[in-house]
Design a protein around this ligand. Structure first.
Ligand SMILES: *Cc1c(COP(=O)(O)O)cnc(C)c1O
Length: 377
């Protein structure tokens, strides 16, 4: 071995793998509005109803044993999920949010020289996960802000290892009927893993949604990820889960951290999933407000993409002073925080979470003033 020349040695430093520095770090939704006396955070798709009281009680109880490592298999949580959905607990793996599971899937199935596909306005975590694993991200165009199965199938090459599809998608809120998901699966090579991201599954009222789980259970190359961050109101605890074929579950169990969920997360998640009344209340609140918000915003002269999630995507004209940037600044001054989605290829739209009645009214009032060109509050 030849020693490096002294000059090189002085310059040498640890270097991340190729791809890592191609990642643009995820930027979460804003949470503050300096100067506003009351802030309504409608930027991260959190639930206005908060978590189940049973989940909060379970978390408090977990505070009594903080010195002890949690159950690394999250047995109690997997059992509660399995009971609720009629699944085999051995086909479930839990993660620190579903974000961790999406990353673990990429680490396990994608490497240098491989490709991973996601859609034009798909969740940004997919690109990050594929690049972090050393793979190449491949973007499939969408049609009308909706996943286009033919475009995904056209993007498949012999290097494709994974396809991520959120259904409904974030930030568009659009839904892909399960006949289309089945057609996508049928067209994929058997060695490509199809990841169905069901972060907003509970809000979907289309009667074909549970067909996704059937597809997972009947296939060797489909998984579904779910989260406790959205309808269950436990985003702060970082809890997600995945159901999939035994070999995929086995792969994730080999590479995940041995204690990737906290004891508080395991206990609170198990309590939350058993509280069906709380979930039903959230579904009812969303079902009442989603059409009201959509109609009211449309009535203000703005286009809204039809959503089945707990958020809407509002499109603004490309006119200085009337565009999404101006609207965002105006709403922020009024204490209403929404999400800019330029990084999702939607520079002239804002994503707005369905909030409490008070927050929704505050948003509509402020947006109405913006549209009418009223002076800043
Ligand atoms: C919010 C969201 C998730 C959930 O992330 P967690 O890590 O579970 O909090 C996953 N996928 C999509 C599309 C989301 O919008």
């Amino acid at each position: 071995m030849t020693a490096p020349a002294p000059r090189d040695a002085a310059l040498a430093r640890p270097t991340p793998r190729p791809g890592v520095l191609a990642i643009e770090a995820y930027v979460p939704g804003k949470s503050g509005a300096p100067g506003a006396h009351k802030v309504h955070k409608l930027s991260s798709n959190e639930t206005p109803l908060g978590p189940s009281p049973a989940a909060v009680a379970a978390m408090r109880e977990a505070a009594g044993s903080l010195a002890l490592y949690p159950d690394g298999s999250a047995t109690q949580l997997r059992a509660a999920i399995a009971r609720k959905f009629g699944l085999d607990p051995d086909r479930i793996v839990c993660g620190a949010g579903s974000d961790e599971l999406l990353s673990l899937l990429a680490y396990a199935y994608v490497g240098p020289g491989d490709e991973g596909i996601f859609t034009e306005h798909g969740f940004l975590v997919y690109r990050i996960a594929i690049l972090a694993a050393g793979g190449a991200p491949v973007v499939a165009p969408e049609c009308d802000l909706t996943t286009d199965v033919d475009a995904i199938l056209a993007a498949v090459t012999p290097r494709t290892r994974i396809v991520f599809v959120a259904n409904p998608n974030n930030p568009t809120g659009t839904y892909l009927p399960f006949a289309e998901v089945r057609r996508l699966h049928a067209g994929l090579p058997a060695n490509v893993l199809l990841v169905l991201d069901g972060a907003y599954a509970e809000y979907v009222r289309a009667n074909d949604y549970s067909a996704g789980l059937d597809l997972v259970l009947g296939s060797e190359n489909v998984v579904m990820t779910r989260t406790f961050s959205k309808i269950h109101g436990l985003a702060a605890l970082r809890i997600g889960w995945m159901v999939g074929p035994a070999p995929v579950v086995d792969a994730l169990n080999r590479i995940r951290g041995p204690f990737n969920l906290s004891a508080a997360g395991i206990a609170a998640g198990a309590a939350a999933i058993a509280d069906e009344a709380h979930v039903a209340a959230s579904v009812a609140h969303n079902a009442a407000w989603l059409p009201r918000l959509t109609e009211a915003v449309t009535g203000l002269g703005l286009r809204v993409t039809p959503s089945v999630g707990n958020f809407i995507l509002v499109h603004f004209p490309e006119e200085p002073g009337r565009d999404a940037g101006a609207a965002d600044a105006f709403l922020t001054r009024r204490g209403v925080i929404t999400r800019r989605v330029a990084s999702y290829g939607l520079p002239n739209a804002l994503r707005v979470t369905v909030g409490s009645g008070e927050a929704n009214e505050a948003f509509l009032a402020a947006l109405g003033d913006f549209q009418r060109g009223q002076a800043h509050a």
